[in-house]
Design a protein around this ligand. Structure first.
Ligand code: GLC
Length: 565
């Protein structure tokens, strides 16, 4: 690991010199499902621009846009056919410019999703690779290999796809004969780039510059641990079968190879050469001890910490999910990040509606019945806990409305390639278009009432306009908490997290400056305990709570922020 620069090690830094990404609240927009301006039932960039005031009023610092580039949409846009253009379903480059300019005018930063592990099979360079023969420079842009077996009829190795099934597909050569195989860690429509080839490096340097020139403040790097494959493409001793079926503590052979780190060392100077604090956040599912290799002044700025998202409800589990990344943050010299939901996982308002330890599949099946009220109560409490912590917090669109995962999508309408390949419910349930207005067609998502996935009736009561100005609504709780987080500098890493010890069973407590955070994970209402230094917390000012306040007490499955007097 390289030495830490003083600029990246924060303690004592003041707000003026602290790079924005260190303590930002970032809001993930999934463009297909955010807001549809042209009425085709698919969200678009003008729809996002029109709803930027929602993000401004929520108080977030930045938005991260999931891919909106030219794409056949076989994996919701994570199958990119042209990295430097906008898919006509989402608008045009002019619409992207307008979105970035409007966001900047409101003081919001914009993070663009970059997908460097694979392209779409419709990418021009993949089409050229298919047309050119084996051994050609065109083919060398992707991972092609001869098959095993007498006639090359067996895949080059035993790797399986994260979306189930084999990770290789055999092509038919231009002369009509069965030919080589190409690697796709994800869907067949997502061929992996060959990062051993310097031309692939050059291509992505240009893509970064293209979006930096257009004003992007940073990148979320998709499958950030995936690009470089082990030399010789050996068989895997441990194989992945689906997103979740990776044995604990194991990393599939095609992930987390050291060559990936070189890519970040190549990209960092490009970002640093631009004005402002341009950043990269990695989607890297790697073991914790590997994180310090990825993050640093010469590598990436930050990485998603998925441990917090995976922690089950309870004092020990949640406390461990906070302490571990905080300890690692010191080791990497940059604050950690916090995430509870994104476009790949079951929404947290639904996850918490199952007992701790419940074994989730890929997506929510129709036969699974969470306790919705309990799930929402705990989700709101977990959100308050998350927003009190130092570092960057990443929100996923709709969580500020308390949206649940949607189970009742007809199979014929599901689009997740994992569903199509393996029949699992998949990730469509967290991607249902947002409800903006309770009384409008498609709940205000689209002017025509079209919606690429059907919205359930319960979305009506959760619509943004039904919650706006309503005390205690999830939307107002998020707004209040984000404003208080900024006012009290809770995201800043210089005030330590001090846990309160010897609390009644089921109570998690921590102190951040003058704010005391309490989470009641038990099933009973509990009296407020003594605070730090024996302070009587019953006398403290309630800044924000996830449940209806009860004087001197904390309801079950609830959290509260108190100000010490
Ligand atoms: C990432 C994305 C996910 C996508 C996959 C393949 O995990 O978050 O949505 O399917 O990469 O690009």
């Amino acid at each position: 690991m390289t030495a830490q620069s003083p600029a990246q090690h924060a303690p004592g830094a003041d707000a003026a010199t602290t790079p924005w990404w260190r303590d930002a609240v970032v809001y993930q927009v999934y463009p297909r499902s955010f807001a549809d301006a042209d009425g085709d039932g698919m969200g678009d960039l003008p729809g996002i621009t029109a709803h930027l005031p929602h993000l401004r009023d929520l108080g977030v610092d930045a938005l991260w846009l999931s891919p909106f580039f030219t794409s056949p949409q076989r994996d919701g846009g994570y199958d990119v056919a042209d990295y430097c253009d906008v898919d006509p379903r989402f608008g045009s480059l002019a619409d992207a410019d307008e979105l970035i300019a409007s966001a900047h005018a409101m003081g919001l930063k914009v993070i663009v999703d970059i997908v460097p592990n694979h392209s779409s099979s419709e990418h021009e360079l993949f089409q050229q690779a298919l047309a050119a023969g084996p051994g050609s420079p065109e083919r060398d842009m992707y991972v092609f290999a001869d098959g095993r077996g007498e006639h090359g009829e067996l895949p080059p190795n035993n790797w399986t796809s994260i979306f189930h099934g084999e990770a290789w597909t055999r092509i038919t050569e231009a002369d009509g004969t069965p030919g080589q195989w190409y690697l796709h860690i994800f869907d067949t429509s997502q061929p992996d780039w060959n990062w051993q080839n310097p031309r692939v490096h050059a291509l992505f340097r240009d893509v970064l510059r293209f979006w930096l020139d257009r004003g992007a403040d940073g990148f979320r790097v998709d499958v950030a641990h995936g690009m470089v494959k082990p030399e010789g493409l050996p068989d895997a001793a441990v194989n992945a079968e689906g997103l979740l079926d990776i044995p604990e503590g194991e990393v599939p052979i095609y992930f987390d190879n050291d060559g990936v780190l070189e890519i970040y060392r190549e990209w960092r100077p490009i970002l640093d050469s631009y004005e402002g604090e341009r950043m990269m956040v990695l989607e890297a599912w790697i073991p914790e001890h590997r994180l310090p290799l990825y993050i640093g002044p010469e590598e990436a700025h930050q990485s998603f910490n998925f441990g917090f998202l995976q922690a089950t409800w309870g004092v020990e589990t949640m406390r461990a999910a906070i302490e571990k990344p905080l300890a690692l943050a010191d080791a990497v010299g940059a604050p950690t990040t916090w995430v509870l939901s994104n476009h790949d996982v079951i929404r947290h308002a639904t996850r918490y509606g199952f007992p701790p330890g419940y074994r989730f599949g890929e997506g929510l099946g129709r036969a699974e019945t969470p306790d919705a009220a309990l799930g929402l109560a705990r989700a709101r409490a977990a959100t308050l806990l998350m927003l009190s912590l130092p570092g960057a917090a990443y929100l996923y669109q709709g969580e500020e409305l308390g949206l649940p995962e949607v189970a009742e999508i007809p199979d014929a309408l599901r689009e997740d390639p994992a569903h199509l390949r393996a029949g699992v419910p998949g990730r469509d349930g967290c991607r249902v278009p947002l409800p903006w207005r309770a009384d409008a067609p498609a709940y205000g998502f689209s002017p025509t009432g079209e919606s690429w996935l059907p919205q359930p009736e319960e979305f009506g009561a959760l619509a943004a306009d039904a919650q706006e100005g309503v005390p205690g609504s999830t939307l107002e709780m998020y707004r209040a908490a984000i404003a208080l987080r900024r006012e009290h500098g809770l995201g800043r890493p210089d005030a330590p997290v001090e846990f309160l010890e010897d609390l009644p069973e089921g109570l998690l407590g921590l102190v951040r400056g003058e704010v005391v955070v309490l989470v009641n994970t038990s099933e009973q209402e509990l009296p407020l305990p003594a605070g730090p230094d024996g302070l009587d917390l019953a006398d403290a000012e309630v800044l924000v709570g996830s449940a209806e306040p009860v004087p001197g007490r904390l309801p079950a499955d609830a959290a509260v922020w108190l100000r010490r007097r």
